[in-house]
Design a binder for this molecule. Structure first.
Ligand code: UD1
Length: 501
């Protein structure tokens, strides 16, 4: 089946000027061959990764209580998909509250490879999508950033053609994309695979998708986002049933609406999109990251500390806050979307099951398990979203936890103390979970595999150090794997921030 290889749109008159590219602000996120939009040999590991990631470790000395306020960055998962959504608009969009993360650098590289111009000023990105010079996303980046596959929806809607490599599996599961593809087919796209690339095009001279009723077998976040974006420029009405209800889906819908899309029902299980001929520029701020906030709240509970985190929408954290209360913490919602956590007398055990939103988020499972390792009694953690997301259990056990896994369940028998150890995170959230477990452990924990952590936590060490944690990033070659060395003088004693209240 023939697929048009390149589709260009002409930049409109008076397009915004971009004195500096995204990559010139953030050299670690640069695409070395952004001028060649088909640069499928781009190496994002050198282009987007802070060089220290894979060759560094974080040393954490546990046992110091935390105190103060941890500021929360923009939501990584919202930012990634909203960046993809800028492909829908043939003008320049300004997106605020974008965290400075390796994954964001990768998504920016994908957009640049497609011909967009991306420039960064602090946490604000200007994305000029007036000229989409190519319809093929580069393999090297898509294979490292699953969310970049989601550009297939807006590319197809905008150009009528898209070629995106299959994202492949990852540490936490196979993560197929058949729901995305079946949905795009329902919207009228012809889709086939060829040498690991998904080729999609819309037949007919107009190249326009057609609205349809789509039932998702599972409320996949990515499939909902892909199809919602695709439907914004389709002819007629699209209804997505059994849609994902995550706050990031709502954020994407709000962004699309700010560009003129007609979407209702985002945040429920039925989303209705009435296609419009085109979308216009907007200035949009990403929501705060509920998973980053949740991670630090659990760090507070683990270290028996009183801290505040925010801003973050407390409603986005309902299941986690309920479970933290069950385990004995006191949670107070303060002004300006600040959440205060105070420790109880003890950490009580509880059971938790991950589910699509508004259930307990799979992205908080590892961190919450870290808390349960120190609970009084037995807890059961059931992972239902991903089939291979309990790999951190072995690392927790290395720190003295007592956890057994059977199938998708982990039985956590609480212990009175964790002990620092060298550990490696299997994925982003597992890495964060091990780091916060290290804050509560006796002695030194050395966290390896920082390329995971750097994907998703902005200023991780800085934010924790500012509330009194003792940790530092050092080159792997300098790491001392001895279990309990004394705290080096250069790991500053707690620089306790003033609590926000
Ligand atoms: C998004 C989040 C990720 C989070 C996950 C679940 C981003 C960038 N990532 O990932 O952090 O852990 O939601 O909340 O937003 N599935 C299929 N077929 C498909 C699509 C998905 O079987 O076509 C399965 C997956 O393998 C997985 C489950 O559905 O078992 C959930 O996946 P999905 O909701 O799609 O997660 P992502 O969008 O990839």
């Amino acid at each position: 089946m023939e697929v048009t290889p390149i589709v260009s749109t002409q930049p409109p008159n008076g397009q915004a000027s971009h004195p500096e590219s995204y990559t010139s602000h953030n050299p670690d996120a640069s695409n070395p061959d952004a001028s060649n939009p088909d640069a499928s040999n781009t190496d994002p590991s050198s282009a987007t990764q802070p060089k220290s990631s894979s060759a560094s470790v974080i040393e954490i000395w546990g046992g110091t209580p935390l105190s103060g306020h941890i500021p929360i960055s923009g939501a990584k998962n919202s930012a990634l998909v909203v960046l993809g959504g800028t492909l829908l608009c043939s003008q320049t969009c300004r997106i605020r509250n974008i965290p400075d993360l390796m994954d964001i650098g990768r998504m920016a590289s994908v957009l640049e490879a497609l011909g967009l111009r991306v420039s960064r000023n602090g946490s604000t990105l200007d994305i000029d999508a007036s000229h989409v010079s190519h319809s093929k996303a580069p393999y090297d980046i898509v294979s490292k950033l699953r969310a970049s596959f989601f550009v297939i929806g807006p590319l197809l809607a905008r150009l009528g053609v898209a070629r995106v490599p299959l994202p492949g599996g990852c540490a936490i599961g196979a993560r197929p994309v058949e729901l995305h593809i079946r949905g795009l087919q329902a919207l009228g796209a012809h889709v086939h695979m060829d040498h690991g690339i998904v080729h999609a095009y819309v037949p007919g001279a107009r190249g326009k998708l057609k609205g349809a009723k789509i039932y998702l077998d599972y409320p996949s976040v990515g499939a909902t986002e892909t199809l919602m974006m695709a439907a914004t420029l389709a002819e007629g009405e699209t209804v997505i049933e059994n849609a994902a209800q995550e706050p990031e889906v709502v954020d994407l819908a709000n962004f699309c609406r700010a560009m003129g899309a007609k979407i209702r029902g985002a945040g429920t299980n039925t989303i209705t999109i009435m296609g419009v001929p085109s979308l216009h520029t907007t200035d949009y701020a990403i929501i705060p990251d509920r998973i980053e906030a949740g991670t630090y709240l659990v760090a507070g509970a683990l270290t028996r500390s009183e801290i505040t985190v925010g801003p973050v929408n407390p409603n986005h954290l309902t299941p986690l806050l309920a479970k933290l209360r069950e385990t004995g913490s006191t949670i107070a919602i303060e002004e300006h979307n600040i959440i205060r956590i105070s420790p109880g007398e003890r950490i009580a055990s509880t059971d938790v099951q991950t589910l699509p939103y508004p259930g307990f988020p799979t992205d908080m499972q590892a961190q919450f398990m870290a808390l349960l390792t120190l609970a009084e009694g037995n807890s059961m953690v059931t992972e239902t979203v991903f089939e291979n997301r309990l790999q951190h259990v072995a690392e927790f056990n290395r720190m003295g936890a007592d956890i057994r896994v059977k199938g998708d369940c982990a039985v956590v028998r609480g212990v009175s103390q964790l002990s620092g150890a060298p550990v490696t995170g299997s994925d982003l959230r597992a890495s964060a979970a091990l780091a916060i477990a290290g804050l509560a452990a006796k002695g030194k924990t050395t966290l390896h595999g920082l390329h995971h952590l750097d994907r998703g936590y902005e200023k991780f060490e800085e934010k924790l150090t500012n509330v009194g944690a003792r940790l530092r990033r050092i080159p792997l070659s300098e790491a001392d794997s001895a279990a309990q060395p004394t705290i080096p003088a250069d790991v500053a004693p707690a620089a306790v921030a003033v609590p926000a209240s």
